[in-house]
Design a protein around this ligand. Structure first.
Ligand code: F6P
Length: 340
C-alpha cells in the first residue's frame, strides 16, 4: 500500500493552495518534528523522571508540569532553529519572542494542552495556530492581534494510544498518524466532516451551578432525554483535555462547551482564544461544524491580549446554532423593558 507522508502531502498541496508557501510547509514540518520528540518524551514518562510539577508557574497562575516546560522548550527550539518564523507566542510564556525579523509567519501554540492528564496517563495534545505576519517592518505583540479567520494553518497533535496530527491549511481537515520509529506522519484520514446533528455533549458538569441561564436550559434539555423537549436521549463525555474532546467531535460529532460562568466573573471563560479556541474553531469550521462564544462566531473575535480567555461552544452545527439561539433569546429578554 502506498503511503503519503506529511512531507509529500505538503509538497502536493503547495501546487493547489496559493496560500501554502514553501516557508509555511517547512514551519508545519518543524512543529510536527518537535511533536514527535514530545510524543517520545510522553511515552518514556516516569522512566525518564519527567512526570510531576516543575516548581514553576505560568502567566495564567497555573503550576507547570515538567512536561509543559519540556514541550515548550522543544517547540521554541524547533521554530527558532528552523529560522523561518518571524515571532512565536506560547501559552506557557508571558510575552511573544521574535525569532527572525525577516520571517513571514507568526506561530502560536499551547505546547501541552490538558496537562493535568499527564500524571494519570491520559490523552494530552499540542495545539498550534499560524498567522501571516502583517506587512510592516517592526514586529510587535499587536501583530498577533488578528481574528482567527486570518489563520493560514492550524492543527493539533493528539498524544493518545496513537499520536495523530490533525491539520487544516484552509481547505478541509486531514489526519496523519505518527510512525514513532521513523518520525514520519502518514496520511490516514481525509476531509473529516462533522455530522450536523448529535446526541452527545461534553461539558464539565461540576460547574453547573455557575452557568448562565441559556447554558443551563440547553443542558437540562439534553439531560431530560426522550421524555423532554428534545425527544431523544443524550450521552455525555468529558476527557478534560480539549484536544481529546475536539478529536472525538471531529470523528463522530458532538458538542463541546466551556461556557462563561459566574465561578470567577472576572474571567471571560476558561479557554484561551489564541492558543486553544481559534485553532480548534478553524478545524471545526473546516470540517463543517460551528464554533461560537454563545454570542458571536469565535473566528470573528478581535484579540486584544495574547492570553485572553473566551467562552467556547463548538461542534455539530445544529447544536451550536441551538445554544446560540438560546443566548439570543435570553439576551433579548434581558434587554426588554418590563411592563407594568
Ligand atoms: O486548560 C485547558 C484545559 O485543560 C482543556 O484542555 C480542557 O478542556 C479543560 O481545561 C479542562 O477543564 P476542567 O479542569 O474544568 O475539566
Amino acid at each position: 500500500m502506498s503511503r503519503t507522508t506529511l512531507h509529500a502531502y505538503l509538497a502536493a498541496q503547495q501546487s493547489q493552495l496559493p496560500n501554502l508557501t514553501a516557508d509555511l510547509s517547512q514551519i508545519v514540518l518543524q512543529i510536527t518534528a518537535a511533536c514527535h520528540q514530545i510524543s517520545t518524551a510522553l511515552q518514556q514518562g516516569a522512566l525518564a523522571g519527567i512526570l510531576g510539577s516543575a516548581d514553576s508557574g505560568n502567566i495564567q497562575g497555573e503550576v507547570q508540569k515538567k512536561l509543559d516546560v519540556i514541550s515548550d522548550d522543544l517547540l521554541v527550539d524547533a521554530l527558532t532553529q528552523g529560522g523561518l518564523t518571524a515571532a512565536i507566542a506560547s501559552e506557557e510564556q508571558d510575552h511573544m519572542v521574535v525569532t527572525n525579523t525577516d520571517g513571514r509567519y507568526l506561530v502560536l501554540f499551547d505546547p501541552l494542552d490538558g496537562s493535568s492528564n499527564i500524571d494519570v496517563n491520559m490523552s494530552v495534545g499540542t495545539i498550534f495556530s499560524i498567522l501571516p505576519r502583517p506587512a510592516k517592518t517592526e514586529l510587535s505583540t499587536e501583530d498577533f492581534f488578528q481574528a482567527g479567520q486570518h489563520q493560514v494553518a492550524a492543527g493539533y497533535v493528539l498524544y493518545g494510544p496513537s499520536t495523530l496530527l490533525v491539520l487544516t491549511l484552509g481547505a478541509g481537515v486531514d489526519v496523519f498518524t505518527l510512525n514513532q520509529q521513523t518520525g514520519e506522519f502518514i496520511l490516514t484520514a481525509k476531509q473529516l466532516q462533522i455530522p450536523a446533528d448529535t446526541q452527545e455533549f461534553a461539558i464539565n458538569m461540576s460547574n453547573q451551578r455557575h452557568w448562565e441561564a441559556p447554558v443551563k436550559q440547553y443542558i437540562d434539555e439534553c439531560l431530560a432525554g426522550k421524555t423532554g423537549t428534545r425527544g431523544k436521549d443524550f450521552n455525555m463525555r468529558w476527557v478534560a483535555s480539549m484536544v481529546g474532546d475536539v478529536h472525538r467531535i471531529l470523528t463522530r460529532g458532538g458538542v463541546f462547551m466551556y461556557p462563561y460562568d459566574f465561578k470567577d466573573p472576572t474571567k471571560a471563560g476558561r479557554l484561551r482564544l489564541m492558543y486553544e479556541a481559534n485553532p480548534m474553531s478553524l478545524l471545526i469550521e473546516q470540517a463543517g461544524g460551528a464554533a461560537s462564544t454563545g454570542r458571536v462566531r469565535i473566528l470573528d473575535v478581535a484579540p486584544h491580549d495574547l492570553h485572553q480567555r473566551v467562552p467556547v461552544v463548538l461542534g455539530s452545527k445544529h447544536e451550536v446554532e441551538r445554544v446560540t439561539a438560546y443566548h439570543q433569546t435570553h439576551d433579548a429578554a434581558q434587554n426588554t423593558p418590563q411592563q407594568g
